[in-house]
Design a protein. Structure first.
Length: 293
């Protein structure tokens, strides 16, 4: 582990907190954690983390928050309420990091962001381009879909007996949030130089048919997979109460899977942290209660 000052942005979010936990576990640091709500990280401050306020829409706050850091993890924000807002935030943060004298930036991106039907792709592609236009060394971590998110959709699928999507055979190399946090912590804490881009995935890519078989075994009843056209999937989600933009965002990942953007399997988690990533089956078995099994 490096003894270089390490900065984690968005540290009060789920991913940021886990990154801090893993860095503390291995004695990395000193650690700087930035958030819009410093009080939410009081427990980390008590453990020696330097908690600072940072708002990606407030340049003055960034200059103060980033001072003294040499390697920084920029966790992509969730500012999707209007087009262009998230990208503007990222560009502002990257420029501030360079002005602050940060040497290496780690950024959480998306597989194949430059040519994907996933709605969030353009923001990630443009952020990667913004980093490339600086003098910063960089590690781009292209995180696959979180296995954790399956817990939001599978209980209804189990209740109805079917996984309904728009990806007949498209495979996804789901990766747990904890494994993404391990990869980010490892990339941040090492002393690497230069620029590299890494896919962050679980140990295998699975289709929805395979997912249905895994869930069937866990819950002890048959769960089928039904694929429908993409517009029908979007309309179905809207009819169940999701705003159409959210439905289109979620469905766009099915289109990305069909295209093959999410099926690449990597060894990045083990390479950066030294532990093998968790499989979908292992993760879901550990979450039987959340599945209603």
């Amino acid at each position: 582990m490096s003894t270089t000052p390490l900065l984690v942005t968005g540290a009060s979010g789920h991913l940021g907190r886990r990154v801090l936990e893993f860095l503390l576990e291995r004695g990395a640091g000193p650690l700087i954690a930035t958030t819009r709500t410093p009080a939410s990280l009081a427990a980390f401050a008590a453990r020696g983390v330097d908690v600072r306020r940072a708002d990606f829409e407030d340049d003055a706050s960034l200059a103060t928050a980033f001072a003294g850091a040499k390697r920084a993890l920029v966790i992509s924000t969730d500012a999707l309420d209007r087009p262009g807002r998230r990208l503007a935030q990222h560009r502002r943060a990257i420029a501030a990091l360079e002005r602050a004298g940060v040497e290496h930036v780690v950024y959480t991106s998306l597989p194949n962001p430059t040519d994907t039907p996933a709605v969030v792709g353009p923001d990630h592609a443009a952020t990667e381009a913004a980093i490339a236009a600086t003098k910063l060394d960089a590690t781009i971590l292209r995180n696959n879909l979180y296995t954790d998110y399956l817990l939001q959709s599978l209980p209804a699928a189990i209740a109805g007996g079917a996984i309904i999507d728009a990806k007949p055979t498209g495979a996804i190399a789901y990766v747990t949030r904890d494994d993404c946090a391990r990869a980010a912590a490892g990339a941040l804490a090492q002393s690497s130089r230069g620029r590299t881009t890494l896919d962050v995935t679980g140990p295998e890519a699975i289709t929805a048919d395979q997912l249905a078989a895994i869930v069937s075994e866990i819950v002890g009843k048959p769960i089928h997979h039904t694929s429908v056209p993409l517009p029908a999937l979007i309309d179905g989600m809207v009819s169940h109460g999701l705003p159409r933009p959210v439905a289109e965002l979620l469905a766009s990942f099915d289109a990305a899977a069909v295209k093959g953007d999410l099926g690449q399997v990597s060894t990045t988690v083990e390479q950066l942290w030294g532990t093998k990533p968790t499989s979908v089956a292992t993760y879901l078995r550990s979450q039987r209660a959340a599945l209603g099994a």
